[in-house]
Write a protein that binds this ligand. Structure first.
Ligand SMILES: [Cu+2]
Length: 438
């Protein structure tokens, strides 16, 4: 028979067994307020009351648990962008990840890989509601530390490009999303703390375009960028450039050698966008005065500049994917199609585990599309007729009326979402699934 002490001990042991280990990270989805410019207050939804959400920093290969608490009144979902993880924790309902119900909590346990600059964001539909999904502050950096960090920099700075208070504006081509304020992280140009540096510093900028819809071109007056990774993956040929371009969801890590003392602006090369807040001040020690901007570099951005020679090997089975706008007539917005069909009617891309495929993104529309494949990394093979290799990405911008070809090794079985990362495009048809055949 159990005495009282044994009984209490048993109770305690049982309670211990039933209580899951505390999560490594907790993200609470709820209201956030930010003030990108003095007196301009933005009310939106974010993580843990911060903009961006907390930096998730994890050694490569570590198994972690992230708890997501949904304190909003709609079903939500956080997607771990760029990670090679199972479909049921990836954070896409189309792949079968369960939604986090309003007031509910879900835990995601997975091994953090591959190393590099990843991120996380809401992965729900917004459609006409610009207070949802990637229009909000639901984004954060997810940095997976490589086992052998090259360490060739003195400090690192995480910079997210973002816009606030979206509204529907009418362009010549129809309804478009416009924004009242721009920022880097939570502050407009000149309204936050500058990046303080001293001469000789090598600063690693980890830049994320967290926009729902906007393509960005970024320069830094008086300096150039040495691009070392794209979408977190080391590029074949690190190269010095005067300007960076990032479509929605793209990341670039670039080292800047601080060898030109002064007070400078890092920002959008488009004057209107920069003056509306898309920038940040770089301030050398002991330098004061108004931040300087210089006319930007006019070089043409090209992914292939960071690649090696085209791979002459067998590219594997060719999979053509034609992107077109479908005129919606009297309907509110246009739809987007992949091979003539809009999601959920799109034909899935069928692959077999271990095989190699050449995906051909054939953009037959007059807009650039930042297309994203979940749970995998692809290698750029051909950019508008220029062959390349050694640039590994999970988002690639396919220019208007151009083709981009990428090589994919089907190495992570499970339903996999492929879509345009422009929120309006993904919400209105530009999506399909990649499925593994048995
Ligand atoms: Cu698109």
């Amino acid at each position: 028979m159990l005495n009282r002490r044994d009984f209490l001990g048993l109770l305690a042991a049982t309670a211990l067994a039933d209580t899951p280990a505390p999560p490594d990270f907790t993200l609470r989805i709820g209201p956030v307020t930010l003030e990108p410019q003095k007196g301009k207050v933005v009310h939106t939804t974010g993580y843990n009351g911060m903009v961006p959400g907390p930096l998730l920093r994890v050694p490569e290969g570590k198994t972690i648990t992230i708890e997501v608490v949904n304190e909003t009144d709609i079903p939500e979902l956080a997607h771990w962008h760029g990670l090679h993880i199972p479909s049921d924790v990836d954070g896409a309902m189309e792949e079968g990840t369960p939604m986090v119900p309003p007031g509910g909590t879900r835990r995601y346990t997975f091994s953090a890989k591959p190393a590099g600059a990843r991120w996380y964001h809401s992965h729900i539909r917004a459609e006409r509601n610009l207070k949802r999904a990637t229009y909000t502050a639901q984004f954060g950096f997810f940095y997976i530390e490589p086992r052998n960090d090259p360490g060739a920099f003195d400090r690192e700075v995480f910079l997210a490009l973002k816009e606030w208070d979206p509204y529907f504006g009418g362009g010549d081509e129809g309804i478009e999303v416009a924004y009242r304020h721009n920022s880097i992280n939570d502050k407009a140009l000149g309204h936050g703390e500058p990046i303080r540096v001293k001469q000789g510093d090598r600063v690693m900028l980890r830049i994320l375009n967290a926009s729902a819809t906007m393509h960005r071109r970024i320069a830094i007056a008086g300096h150039s960028f040495r691009v070392v990774t794209m979408d977190g993956n080391p590029v074949a040929v690190p190269r010095e450039v005067g300007a960076l371009e990032l479509g929605p969801a793209e990341r670039i890590d670039a080292v800047v050698e601080m060898e030109n003392p002064g007070v400078w602006i890092l920002g959008e090369t488009d004057d209107r966008e920069r003056r509306n807040g898309l920038g940040i001040v770089i301030e050398y020690a002991d330098k004061t005065g108004a931040p300087q901007w210089l006319p930007p570099s006019t070089e043409v951005w090209n992914y292939a500049a960071f690649g090696g020679p085209a791979d002459a090997g067998d590219p594997g089975q060719r999979v053509p994917l034609v992107f077109k706008k479908k005129f919606a007539g009297s309907r509110w917005v246009d739809y987007w199609t992949i091979n003539g069909k809009e999601y959920p009617k799109t034909d899935p891309i069928q692959v077999k585990q271990g095989r190699r495929y050449r995906l051909i993104f054939d953009n037959q529309s007059d807009e650039a599309h930042p297309v994203h494949l979940h749970r995998h990394t692809f290698e750029l093979a051909d950019i508008a007729g220029v062959g390349t290799s050694g640039v590994f990405k999970d988002v690639v911008v396919v220019p208007a009326m151009r083709q981009v070809e990428v090589d994919l090794v089907a190495n992570n079985p499970g339903l996999t979402l492929f879509h345009c990362h422009q929120q309006m495009h993904m919400d209105y048809g530009f999506m399909t699934l990649l499925e593994y055949l048995r």
